[in-house]
Design a protein. Structure first.
Length: 240
């Protein structure tokens, strides 16, 4: 199933909801300097690198992901720009120091508290972490809550997000709920990829890929039907 998952996610422009508006908001609030050293932790295919460098044109981005094909996508685009370094690895093994840790959706894999506790050790003095996390925006129905908790067992509301940030030893600088456009920037290319792969499923009778495509369709429909109930929150935080 893992292989089929990455067949779907191959060549997508991004690996989660996000857009330039939310990135610019976060870096402005963080006060990221023009010469900032930035860790793009769990960079995926590198969707945010351009925005990071436009905010820090004299800076440097270290883009790290555990999935080699994503890192290779980044290298294709940025191989001739010495402001970008890429490597395959565990984002929790980075040592820094960094003025900003950019973590778009990837604290899901570590848990907020564990991830933030590690990142405080890689931040330069005055540095910040900007990360996005799935949250409840309104009270869900029992059925919706059960459905999302299958994949995101730690999902909570923004008040819970704030408590987790505090428990990790950080001050919250601000929270921004990502727009519907940020979700469509992720899901619209995925829908096109699903349609492109339908003949592959039919020809190969690939049951695992068929399941992955069906799961993705359900995921997209679930968000579109409940976009006022759950979404992504971008948080900017600094160590206490």
């Amino acid at each position: 199933m893992r292989e089929a998952f990455f067949v779907l996610h191959s060549d997508l422009p991004r690996e989660g909801p996000g857009n330039r508006e939310s990135l610019d908001w976060a870096l402005s609030l963080a006060g990221t300097p023009e010469n900032a050293l930035i860790l793009d932790a769990g960079c995926g295919p590198g969707a945010d690198i351009d925005g990071l460098l436009e905010n820090a044109p004299r800076g440097h981005v270290t883009a790290v992901d555990a999935h080699l094909p994503f890192v290779e996508q980044v290298r294709v685009v940025w191989h001739d720009d010495d402001r970008v370094t890429t490597h395959v690895g565990d984002m929790l093994e980075e040592t820094g120091p960094y003025d900003l840790v950019w973590c778009a959706g990837s604290l899901y894999f570590t848990g907020i508290e564990d991830g933030l506790k590690h990142f405080r050790n890689v931040l330069a003095p005055g540095g910040a972490v900007a990360f996005s996390e799935l949250v409840w925006l309104d009270t869900p129905s029992p059925a919706l809550q059960a459905e999302l908790e299958k994949e995101y067992p730690d999902i909570g509301d923004i008040a819970m997000l704030e408590r987790r940030i505090s428990a990790a030893g950080y001050n919250l600088q601000g929270v921004h709920v990502l727009s519907d456009d940020a979700w469509e920037d992720y899901y619209t290319p995925m829908e096109k990829r699903i349609e492109m792969l339908k003949p592959v499923v039919a020809t190969r009778r690939d049951h695992e890929l068929a399941q992955v495509l069906n799961d993705a369709r359900r995921e997209i429909a679930l968000w579109r039907e409940n976009s006022e109930v759950f979404g992504y929150a971008m948080a900017v935080v600094r160590p206490l």
